[in-house]
Design a protein around this ligand. Structure first.
Ligand code: ZN
Ligand code: ZN
Length: 293
């Protein structure tokens, strides 16, 4: 029985687009006006940006995009664990029952979706209890890296939560965002998307379907799957971890690029790749589920 890797990526895609989905402005507790925030990210070479003020909709249609693709959004904040509403058309009522919010977002039918934010924030490293992440259905993924938690309490990383969810059979994506509040929060963590074009619709669709990688500095040029073989080409990775069930690491390989072929017998349901680069630069691919022919 042959094993096959199921890839969210396209082997032959048009282009990569880089962007941040978690950005506060002076409309909540960020330090720059919405317009200055957009201009600053445009100057950093980003392609797309989502302004996500706390329980407040900052309408991008009223702002100069400065060449960026602006995705309308909001960070649902009050009354429970924080979550991003991607492709929002207004601020949702932040009701305590987060499942109701997820259902309402999915019911809008405009391609919008929810991301559960910074699960390992706060002194107890538990802003979002894992029981919630397990119980809630219909969210697209979690923040596996949150930039502001680099300097705040808790941990910016939440790949532990991700592996627990993936190991439980949940298909959820890993997002990396700045959660920009201050100058030093910008350009910390981002998502790089395979999309047909830079339109908001194309970028949102790819973000919802897992055609992106998360990064804090490693640049991936291509991610290709053929049968049971995965090839990842990067510009600056130094080592690759093949991560799997409950955090197991079935392979580690040094070098800029990775070629990994599943062994004939592989008892785990998924793999995902961590690309480790210089200093704190990393990239995380989305999971590849393993199918049996
Ligand atoms: Zn938050
Ligand atoms: Zn935030």
């Amino acid at each position: 029985m042959a094993l096959r890797l199921q890839s969210p990526y396209s082997n032959n895609h048009a282009a990569w687009f880089k962007g941040n989905l978690h950005t506060h402005t002076t409309n909540s507790d960020g330090n720059l006006s919405p317009q200055d925030t957009i201009a600053t990210y445009a100057g950093m070479g980003y392609h797309f940006l989502m302004l996500s003020d706390h329980d407040k909709f900052t309408d991008p249609a009223l702002l100069d995009p400065c060449g960026l693709t602006l995705i309308p959004g909001c960070e649902i904040t009050a009354n429970g664990p924080h979550m991003l509403h991607v492709n929002a058309n207004g601020a949702m009522e932040p009701v305590e029952n987060r499942q109701n919010i997820i259902d309402a977002v999915n019911g809008i039918d405009n391609g919008g979706f929810c991301i559960m934010n910074h699960p390992n924030w706060l002194e107890n490293f538990n802003h979002c209890d894992h029981k919630n992440l397990e119980a809630w259905q219909g969210y697209a993924g979690i923040e596996i890296y949150n930039g502001v938690c680099r300097r705040a309490e808790g941990s910016p990383l939440a790949t532990d939560r991700w592996d627990r969810l993936l190991s439980a059979g949940r298909k959820v994506w890993g997002y990396a965002n700045d959660d920009n509040h201050r100058d030093w929060d910008r350009g910390v963590a981002w998502n790089v998307v395979q999309a047909e074009d830079a339109s908001p619709g194309s970028i949102v669709k790819s973000l919802r379907e897992g055609r992106f990688y998360a990064s804090t500095g490693v640049v991936i040029d291509s991610i290709e799957v053929e049968g049971n073989t995965l090839r990842v080409r990067t510009q600056n990775a130094q080592r690759h971890y093949v991560s799997s069930l409950h955090g197991r690491v079935p392979a580690i390989a040094d070098g800029r690029n990775l070629v990994y072929t599943l062994p004939d017998e592989f008892p785990f349901p998924y793999i995902r790749i961590e690309c480790w680069g210089p200093a704190d630069a990393m990239a995380w691919t989305q999971p590849f589920l393993i199918e049996k022919d």
